[in-house]
Design a binder for this molecule. Structure first.
Ligand SMILES: [Zn+2]
Ligand SMILES: [Zn+2]
Length: 183
């Protein structure tokens, strides 16, 4: 494991969130509250109250700002963007073992709205990535017509494609054909 378990979990949430706006079909998954409910359900957030249009607006704003960290280009720019995100949070750090998980730290207050939850825990996960000197693990898929993001958690930093069903496979096939042609 490259980062602590809950950091890797929060990074997976960041990737899922950013990719809701980068579907290869061009479809916007967070076009309304049903899409936001689906996002919350598949990421098993606990203790999230009723979701409203203001939650959706906050999440869409955060999605753009998380994405900007992936595109920052260098450490100082990424630091500035992460500090802006986490600096707005009213953090209430505490240990919790909710829902059968082992003890881990939450930075958001119990019962905080979804946007606060994401800004705190996902923002801190991105802060850890930078503080560990691992910013280059935040990547954009290298498939030519894909704009999805990924976090490369492989030992040897070799991951180039997102985990959409198409990208990895498609590129393997292309590489195979290219090798065949070269024979
Ligand atoms: Zn938790
Ligand atoms: Zn891709």
């Amino acid at each position: 494991m490259i980062f602590a378990h809950d950091t890797e979990h929060a990074l997976a949430v960041v990737v899922d969130l950013i990719n809701t706006g980068a579907a290869t079909s061009g479809a916007e998954e967070l076009g309304g509250l049903p899409g936001l409910h689906a996002f919350v359900a598949r990421n098993t957030f606990s203790d999230i109250g009723d979701l409203t249009d203001s939650d959706l607006a906050r999440v869409l704003d955060l999605r753009e700002r998380f994405h900007a960290v992936f595109h920052a280009g260098d450490v100082p720019a990424a630091v500035q963007r992460v500090n802006e995100i986490v600096g707005e949070v009213r953090a209430t750090p505490h240990l919790t073992d909710h829902d059968g998980y082992d003890w881990h730290v939450h930075f958001f207050a119990p019962g905080a709205p979804l946007g606060e939850h994401l800004a705190a825990d996902c923002g801190m996960a991105l802060a850890y990535v930078i503080a560990s000197g691992e910013l280059d693990r935040l990547r954009t898929c290298e498939a030519p017509d894909c704009s999805r993001v990924l976090v490369d958690l492989s030992r040897n930093r070799c991951r180039r494609y997102c985990d959409s069903r198409t990208c990895g496979n498609r590129m393997h096939v292309a590489a195979y054909r290219a090798r065949r042609r070269a024979l």
